[in-house]
Design a protein around this ligand. Structure first.
Ligand code: F6R
Length: 581
């Protein structure tokens, strides 16, 4: 979480303004507050501009040929100007931006206080500039425990240093200028030539040099750069009001991209799955919900058992992961710390690692023995939508590849893409919009599904919660009467996923049970039924029902968020990449 960015240039004195622009491209990592630091020959210390709130429409008067910047997702210390980065040394000559959590900061801070250092913030990060008053950068970074990425700007040495362990950091190479950013996507407008820092590496950068060091030995290392793929325009809003609706609308193209060129990766992944004794899907949030859908798909389609573990819990299940096990990490960003730590722990136990991620060269991409890209293009909205669709499409194909039916499934996905497209561009879109008007004032919303649709219920609830702040919960339909049905009152909206499959009769019974207690029942189903107060028709697409069932919920979340005055792209308290435990 938190975005960090840096430019050092020979070209012009506009580095601070350009860092602000760069930070705007990283704002999805955190948007509680922002800040930049630069150097000026007219000042004895670094010059700082920082403020609480979002970066939209922010400008800076600072000028300079070097600048570092930060956009914050608060961990230690509230959302205040004092806690916003950069943080500085006592005399203001050293400025630091930081992403991560310094586990031993209390201990370090106490010592620094004893030595007479004065702290201005409640953050863990502020220990770094104070430590830098007495030690060189690499020594200081090695004193920090936890998962951290740091950039330091020093007025005395005129140097910029950066290092990382756990949290991501990318170096960008330009003409007479160089850059650093937490995500490669933020560098795309500036350069395609990059180097992804590995853990325990440090870098010293100037406008015309980049020097890489091993943090353990202090020795210099050779840099091998990578060329980024993609285009800046992929991440632009072009004609949409928000990324959420743009990315939901892109889903048919995402399915088609996988249909068109996913085969080789899927065949390779299927071979690894066939060889494994025990396969685990690991992911967090939406990625975990995709994993759950995958568990059902693998069971129904390929008659194969796959385990699902949420990233933050997997470390407690690791004991029975062994050399024969396969862990498949599911992640949009490839930087979710709980998923990364799961993978590292499984690797230690000898397991094979596969990753299905959206961001090329991300940590999970690099940690894996076998990897596949989601091909969803940049996902800027904090809510995961098209990356979810990509994961579902890949798992659907994977399950079919395991039983030799790839071609058939691939062809069928064309139909799915058409149905998703038709839903988004047709009358049903308007129907969902009107439904949003009815539901936007509700305090609670429940969603039920059986079998694979249980994943739809969880994912639908997550979308509603995170962007409308309405209490929403997804349940397995059969579980309701074991307690949760007590929540249903007159008029409580309940979304019922009723694909026309073996779950149909059971879920309709559950719909009747809630209706008998006063629920307003919204059925997402190929068939209308008397129990539905509102019927949203989706095409019967059998084992691919997850792919179409989620679309009405994504649209509903969007329109309910708009009705409630919530920001669809940057919901409160959230950040897109969760890089802290
Ligand atoms: C929900 C959402 C989160 C992410 C989760 C994992 O809309 O975006 O639940 O799915 O934080 O992120 P990745 O997929 O980047 O590992």
């Amino acid at each position: 979480m938190c975005g960090i960015f840096c430019i050092t240039t020979k070209i012009k004195k506009d580095a601070p303004a350009r860092v602000l622009e760069g930070l705007k491209g990283l704002e999805y990592r955190g948007y509680d507050s922002w800040g930049i630091a630069t150097l000026s020959p007219d000042s004895d210390s670094t010059l700082i501009d920082k403020e609480t709130g979002r970066l939209t429409d922010v400008e800076t008067d600072l000028v300079g040929d070097v600048a570092i910047g930060h956009t914050r997702w608060a961990t230690h210390g509230g959302v205040t100007k004092e806690n916003a980065h950069p943080h500085t040394s006592c005399d203001g000559t050293i400025a630091v931006v930081h992403n991560g959590i310094i586990d031993n900061f209390q201990e370090l801070k106490e010592k620094l206080l004893e030595e007479g250092h004065e702290f201005k913030s409640e953050t863990d990060s502020e220990v770094i500039p104070h430590l830098l008053e007495n030690h060189d950068f690499m020594t200081v970074f090695n004193m920090l425990s936890g998962l951290n990425a740091v950039i330091a700007l020093n007025k005395n040495t005129k140097e910029i240093w950066a290092a990382k362990t756990g949290s991501p950091l990318v170096v960008g190479f330009g003409e007479d200028e160089n850059y650093l950013a937490s995500d490669a996507s933020a560098l795309l407008p500036l350069t395609k030539r990059v180097y992804f820092l590995h853990d325990s590496e440090a870098v010293r950068i100037t406008a015309d040099s980049v020097t890489l060091f091993d943090l353990e030995t202090g020795n210099k290392k050779e840099i091998q750069t990578t060329t980024l793929e993609g285009d800046v325009s992929d991440a632009a809003l072009i004609g949409y009001d928000h990324y959420l609706i743009k990315e939901v609308s892109e889903q048919p193209s995402v399915i088609r991209a996988i249909i068109q060129d996913g085969r080789e990766d899927i065949e390779r992944l299927a071979r690894v799955i066939k060889r494994s004794y025990g396969t685990f899907f690991v992911g967090c949030g939406t990625a975990a919900n995709a994993g759950l859908a995958g568990v059902y798909m693998f069971s129904r389609i390929a008659r194969r058992h796959v385990n699902l573990a949420t990233g933050s819990e997997f470390k407690y299940l690791i004991d029975f992961v062994t050399r024969g096990s396969l862990v498949i990490a599911l992640s949009q960003s490839g930087e979710t710390i709980d998923t990364i730590e799961s993978v590292k722990a499984a690797k230690k136990n000898g397991a094979t690692i596969a990753s299905i991620v959206n961001v090329p060269q991300s940590t999970l991409f690099r940690l894996a023995d076998t990897r596949m890209l989601l091909r969803a293009g940049p996902e800027k909205c904090v809510l995961a939508t098209k990356s979810y669709m990509a994961k579902l499409s890949i798992m659907y194909l994977l399950a079919h590849e395991l039983i030799g039916e790839y071609e058939k499934a691939n062809e069928f996905l064309q139909e799915v893409a058409l149905e998703v497209e038709d839903f988004i561009s047709g009358a049903r879109h308007e129907q969902v919009k009107a439904l949003a008007d009815k539901l936007s004032d509700k305090e609670d919303l429940y969603l039920i599904g059986r079998g694979p649709s249980f994943a739809d219920a969880l994912e639908g609830a997550l979308k509603i919660k995170e962007v409308t702040y309405i209490h929403a919960e997804g349940f397995a339909g059969g579980e309701l009467k074991h307690g949760s049905i007590a929540l249903i009152e007159e008029g409580t909206p309940v979304v019922v996923f009723a694909p026309y499959d073996e779950t149909y009769d059971g879920i309709i019974s559950n719909a009747m049970e809630v209706k008998a207690r006063g629920a307003y029942v919204i059925g997402i189903s190929p068939k209308n039924h008397d129990v539905f107060d509102e019927h949203i028709k989706v095409k019967d697409i059998m084992h691919a029902s997850n792919l179409v069932n989620i679309v009405p919920m994504q649209l509903l979340s969007y329109y309910m968020a708009l009705n409630r005055g919530c920001d669809p792209d940057k919901p409160r308290n959230l950040a897109k990449s969760v890089t802290v435990r």
